[in-house]
Ligand binder design. Structure first.
Ligand code: NDP
Ligand code: ZN
Length: 353
């Protein structure tokens, strides 16, 4: 089979590999469509997961099952499935503790294109198929289905981590595709006001559609100064971080009311420490909670979030701004994500309808 791989840090190309073997609990799938993620760019060009050689990229797709292991109960060849980016081992102690995404160690539920080959490949391997796959609702097209692998669950997890409650005033820092889904998640959870931070016009327009009420540009001075001015010096109830750097936490803490909560799903690619301002953190006693997390994977979440899209309550179609057809376009789609032109939100490559 062929796959599009990270040859080494900073270098990508096609590779030929054997089709992966299917263990008793596993499934082998072939993608119906794949989406490129900012994390793929971090992996290749920033060495985010360390050096890898000839590792097939990608963790966002929907797929058709081609083979299942002897102990798989609920899926069979020919099923069209949603595939989560995070595929935990559901019998692990971490999963029993409620943190399946860390099954096997910190962040180790993230297996595709991290500990094993990813989904930019003619065939790929899914561990614990009954626990991780979900049937693709027929009303969801293959392009939209790709947004359920990572963008919807990660953005919504930001809203969960920030513990958005009815009537909350919320700041969402970063409105790439992840932040856009955080805006949508905060809106669904009943935020009364959503201040969004980001500049790309396409993303600003999409954020309005998902419920952002006001905008701040991090390029026009500090986020906290702008937010404090907009909130009569009081700050917001909750902050979701879906973009920025280690320094963004300083802005988030300063923008938050006492007792407020920060939910971060941003990947921090550089810097040794996250900056927490002592005074604005209530000199250690401000009840300002900071929570950062990898998105939870697994079947139940895929089914529930898939139901939101299938029912029409969540429209993910504005995210897929660049849709290609055929394997030949995978390199171009990845390059687009690296270059991030102003009109891009997500590039998707489809292989079927
Ligand atoms: P994008 O790069 O598309 O979006 C980033 C957003 O952050 C943009 O709106 C950008 O603004 C804004 N931004 C950039 N710099 C700053 C800054 N200094 N201060 C404030 N805002 C800034 O990323 P994605 O939406 O694709 O992904 C967001 C993050 O989530 C990534 O780090 C990604 O790796 C991570 N991620 C985490 C996962 C998890 O499970 N926790 C899973 C998937 C992704 P502008 O409009 O100007 O570009
Ligand atoms: Zn992703």
């Amino acid at each position: 089979m062929k796959g599009y791989a990270m040859l080494k840090i900073g270098e990508v190309g096609w590779v030929e590999k054997d089709i992966p073997q299917c263990g008793p609990l596993d499934a082998i799938c072939k993608p119906l469509a794949i989406a490129i993620c900012t994390s793929d760019v971090h992996t290749v060009w920033e060495g985010a997961v360390g050096e890898r050689h000839n590792m097939i990229l990608g963790h966002e797709c929907c797929a058709e099952v081609v083979e299942v292991g002897s102990l798989v109960k609920d899926f069979k060849p020919g099923d069209r499935v949603l595939v989560p980016a995070i595929t935990p081992d559901w019998n692990s102690l971490e999963a029993q503790a409620g943190y399946a995404m860390h099954s096997g160690g910190m962040l180790a539920g993230w297996k595709f294109s991290n500990f094993k080959d990813g989904v930019f490949s003619e065939f790929f391997h899914v561990n614990d198929a009954d626990g991780n796959l979900a049937l693709l609702p027929p009303s969801i097209n293959v392009v939209d289905a790709c947004m359920l692998s990572d963008m919807v669950p990660t953005g919504f997890h930001g809203a969960e981590l920030a513990d958005i409650q009815f009537g909350d005033e919320v700041l969402v820092i970063g409105i790439g595709p992840v932040g856009l889904m955080s805006v949508a998640g905060a809106n669904m959870r009943g935020a009364s006001r959503i201040i969004a931070v980001g500049t790309r016009p396409n993303c600003v327009a999409a954020a309005k559609g998902y419920g952002a009420t006001e905008f701040v540009s991090y390029k026009d001075g500090s986020i906290e100064d702008q937010v404090l001015e907009m909130t009569n010096g009081k700050g917001v109830d909750k902050v979701i971080i879906a973009g920025g750097t280690v320094e963004t936490f300083e802005s988030a803490v300063k923008s938050l009311k006492p007792g407020g909560k920060i939910g971060s799903v941003n990947y921090l690619g550089s810097g040794t420490y996250v900056n927490i301002p002592r005074v604005e953190w209530g000199v250690g006693m401000g009840h300002k909670m900071i929570n950062g997390g990898l998105m939870p994977g697994g079947r139940l979440r895929m089914e529930k979030l898939g139901a939101l899209v299938a029912s029409g309550r969540l429209d993910v179609s504005p995210l897929s701004t660049h849709v290609f057809e055929g394997w030949d376009y995978v390199p171009e789609a990845l390059q687009l994500m690296k270059d991030k032109p102003a009109d891009l939100i997500k590039p998707v490559v489809k292989f079927a309808d």
